[in-house]
Design a binder for this molecule. Structure first.
Ligand code: HEC
Ligand code: HEC
Length: 175
């Protein structure tokens, strides 16, 4: 963990990435960079990603999952959580490349069973962070699914998940 933290911080300084912490006293949980700054060439790809993959839900930041997760997701779009999310071959390739470039460098991220994670919401880190969320908070009509990040994280679209920005419908602010 210590080594990982040091590498993360070094990486943050190196790429100038944005690192988020739950609290200042939770420094031991170094956050991955959910969204690295975009290079100029990648802005068009990011816009395409938002358009295509943000049509049914938020365009989740690539940095939540490692490369192999995105690879598996992009190869299974014809049966994507019970829907057909396929698009033309050129767009698929552009988005695949985009997700690979901005994926988490932490290849140890898996799902709860140790398999390739397709859901951010079923990774151990996510489950741990959300352990205090009750079923009632999730099943209410304003939220419906734990995958509906923007229902609670008011700035999720911008890649920001700070505690002070959390507002759970009908429960209020988290702080
Ligand atoms: C029902 C409301 C709700 C939904 C939906 C939800 N979250 Fe959260 N999330 C929370 C709360 C509350 C916390 C803070 C938990 C704590 O500190 O105990 C949190 C914490 C986090 C954190 C840690 C923040 C930090 O600064 O450490 C991240 C990252 C995060 N959520 C990402 C997501 C993503 C990505 C999604 C969608 C896939 C999502 N959340 C969906 C309520 C929600
Ligand atoms: C036709 C609608 C549709 C499109 C387009 C779509 N998705 Fe989804 N996606 C879904 C549904 C439905 C779910 C399951 C949501 C839930 O459980 O609440 C989902 C879930 C996900 C999840 C898991 C969320 C979590 O952590 O639980 C990821 C990751 C994801 N989609 C990525 C993508 C990517 C990448 C694209 C673009 C290539 C994409 N989606 C396009 C419908 C879509």
């Amino acid at each position: 963990m210590k080594i990982f933290l040091n590498i993360s911080l070094a990486a943050a300084l190196f790429v100038g990435g944005v690192y988020l912490y739950a609290d200042d006293d939770e420094m031991e949980h170094a956050r991955p960079a959910y969204s690295k700054p975009l290079s100029k060439q990648d802005q068009a790809s990011a816009a395409l990603y938002k358009k295509e993959c943000g049509a049914c839900h938020m365009a989740y930041q690539a940095g939540f999952l490692p490369k192999r997760s995105w690879d598996k997701t992009m190869k299974g779009l014809d049966n994507h959580f019970g829907t057909d999310a396929t698009m033309d071959a050129a767009d698929t390739k552009t988005i695949q490349n985009y997700l690979m470039t901005y994926a988490s460098k932490n290849d140890r991220i898996t799902d709860m069973k140790g398999a390739v994670a397709l859901r951010i919401s079923q990774t151990p880190h996510f489950v741990k962070e959300h352990r205090e969320i009750t079923q009632k908070m999730i099943t209410q009509p304003e939220v419906k699914s734990i995958a509906n990040c923007t229902a609670c994280h008011t700035k999720a679209e911008t890649g920001s998940y700070r505690e002070r920005e959390i507002h759970i419908p009908n429960y209020g602010r988290w702080e």
